[in-house]
Design a protein around this ligand. Sequence first.
Ligand code: ADP
Ligand code: ASP
Ligand code: MG
Length: 401
Amino acid sequence: MNLIVQKFGGTSVADAARVENVADIITETYKQGNNVVAVVSAQGKFTDVLVDKANEINPKASKREMDMLLSAGEQISVALLAMAIEKRGFPVKSFLGWQAGFQTDSNYSNARIRTIKKERIENELAKRTIIIVAGFQGINRYDDVTTLGRGGSDTSAVALAAALNAKKCQIYTDVDGVYTADPRLVKTAQKLDSISYDEMLELATLGAQVLHNRSVEMAKRYNVDVEVLSSLTRKPGTIIKEEAEVEKMIISGVAKDTSIARISVLELVDKPGVAFRLFSLLAKEKINVDIILQSVGRDGTKDITFTVSKDNGARAVEVLEQNKKNIGIKGVVCDTNCAKVSIVGAGMESNPGVASKLFDALASHNINIDMVSTSEIKISVLIDVKDADRAVVAIHDAFYN
Ligand code: ADP
Ligand code: ASP
Ligand code: MG
């Protein structure tokens, strides 16, 4: 018997009619002779509503209590979906993350899955029960609820598909596939029939929220066949796999990330070991650093500028301020009005002129570049956040029109 894992995002289960629609998709797949494990997100924007509720009471709430709160959204949607399937006369059971066996580390709000104890699900599948699992959540070794990070239901789904050896993992969402740019922002964006794990991983990491980046990482590691498709149109979507001929395009997509902060560390002593002291401090705080730029030294000092995620900005500044003396720095400045716009494509390596085309697109729209970073399959530029949407459209036009 084939097993298909299907994941439904917030929009797909936003109200009663959408829940009924999802119940139809699941039961149709089941009737075709497959076993089905469905992973579900909270309804609509309910997770954001819960974040607002927390902020009303304590904007500095601990991550443990945030996880306790945010995991509640998925409990509602799994139960409602199971009820809709019961009504159709099919055997069904809903499970919270811990009941489905999701064991994670204790990194609250961004926990990683350690193992999935799959006995309970396997026993139910053997009885041909339809399984509905709350995405985005698990339990740590202290029996505390954890969440996998915003957008993490995709990762729950791919992890289950890998653990249960599913035939495929379908990610149902509110667009009908992965596009060359966010189709809500770029009207001329094109839908991709397929994309490679590596390119999708870069796009997701660089801000294309259509898939949680860790879900792509996991799909690649365990070779899970993933399809992104719409729960509303039911047309074929985008297949994510090892090798994809992205229609011979040089770049497979443009992505935007506005959740970053740029930190400038001023007048560092220009001596060996200073950068090490600075970045090891941040590493100890588990703060990920992205683009790094170092100025040319003058008068025995230099500046170092780097980016971190916006929610780590304040903490990074605090740690550096506290250690100004022992690292040897004069000042720290944090700017949150920036955005990172990136192009991704495996064809970039063998096609000269990609960077100059990107810079040309920005220059001709009078958009200033603050920092640049490149790898084999991507180029990112840091720009003012107010220019971000214009930049995405300009770059997309330059490469696709
Ligand atoms: P879900 O709730 O189903 O998980 P998300 O909101 O997390 O859905 O992700 C889907 C959204 O991702 C789309 O509505 C779209 O606006 C956005 N998106 C950003 N970049 C892309 C892209 N390259 N291709 C498709 N969608 C994208
Ligand atoms: N409900 C969670 C969120 O909004 C998880 C998800 O949707 O994937 O981030
Ligand atoms: Mg999502």
